[in-house]
Design a protein around this ligand. Structure first.
Ligand code: MG
Length: 271
């Protein structure tokens, strides 16, 4: 057979809605990833910053997913790098306690709960254990024109009972209340998140697998990586038909489940 495509040399998987939902793996997802990891390096890229990379490491290991060093790509690392590059110290980090603790362990010199007066930067992660007082604390700092970064801008997070509001929905709230928008977002679809991988591989050698059009597919389009969309998560066939009706690009590979992707042919450069 004629070889028409580059061989896939690295795989990047989204997590929620792609490999599992509410921590429960989709059928054959774990076995499939395990199988392909014997042939090419596997990375995981989720925008979900409600948990630390350490939590994800333990969860993926518990689920039996293969996990090489550096396999978990997180917007939290990018945010930390940006804070250090800009020499920011006094931050109000709106995040779950476990994520704040992880962040502080990476850089103990940071003050993550700075006062309204001292705050240089508000950093917002997906804080799904917040109470109203914390929302007030965040709002008071934003109104003082403090710099404002978010880890990502997803509108909702999938859950087995239905989706729940994520950072993007809160951004609508702050826009309505104060006319404020974040200056930076680190997660998908910001191509920065794939920079280390794009230094190691050509974009066409990376296959990204994700269930969401405006983050996963958009990142693939912006970086030139190849893309596979499993329909087990957020996107429906109706969404694809709507893209076609509007003459917009559709994902190259569309399958029901991750296990339906022909990884062997992709890795051999046959498709
Ligand atoms: Mg997803």
């Amino acid at each position: 057979m004629l070889q028409t495509k580059k061989k896939i040399r690295a795989l990047v998987f989204d997590l929620d809605g792609t490999l599992y939902l509410s921590g429960k793996a989709y059928p054959k997802a774990v076995e499939t990833v395990h199988q392909v990891a014997k042939q090419v390096p596997v990375y995981y890229l989720s925008n979900n910053t409600s948990k630390s990379p350490v939590f994800y490491k333990n969860r993926l290991q518990r689920m039996g997913l293969p996990l090489a060093k550096g396999a978990i790509i997180s917007a939290l690392n990018l945010a930390l790098d940006a804070i250090q590059k800009e020499g920011l110290q006094n931050i109000y980090f709106f995040a779950n306690p476990e994520v704040r603790e992880w962040f502080l362990a990476q850089d103990p010199s940071l003050n993550l709960q700075s006062s309204i007066q001292d705050c240089e930067l508000v950093l917002m992660a997906y804080h799904n254990s917040m109470d109203y007082q914390e929302l007030c604390e965040l709002s008071w700092r934003l109104q003082r024109k403090t710099r404002f970064w978010v880890t990502h801008t997803d509108l909702v997070c999938p859950d087995s009972n239905g989706s729940v509001p994520d950072i993007g929905s809160f951004l609508s709230l702050f826009k309505t209340a104060y006319g404020i928008e974040p200056e930076r977002s680190f997660g998908k679809p910001n191509p920065e998140i794939l920079k280390p991988l794009l230094q190691a591989y050509e974009p066409q050698e990376i296959l990204f697998v994700g269930d969401r059009l405006y983050t996963d597919f958009e990142l693939a389009k912006r970086t030139g990586c190849r893309f596979a969309l499993p329909l087990c998560g957020e996107t429906t066939l109706q969404d694809i038909e709507n893209l076609q009706k509007n003459n917009e690009e559709i994902p190259e590979i569309i399958v029901d489940q991750v296990s339906d992707i022909d990884f062997n042919s992709l890795i051999q450069g046959l498709i």
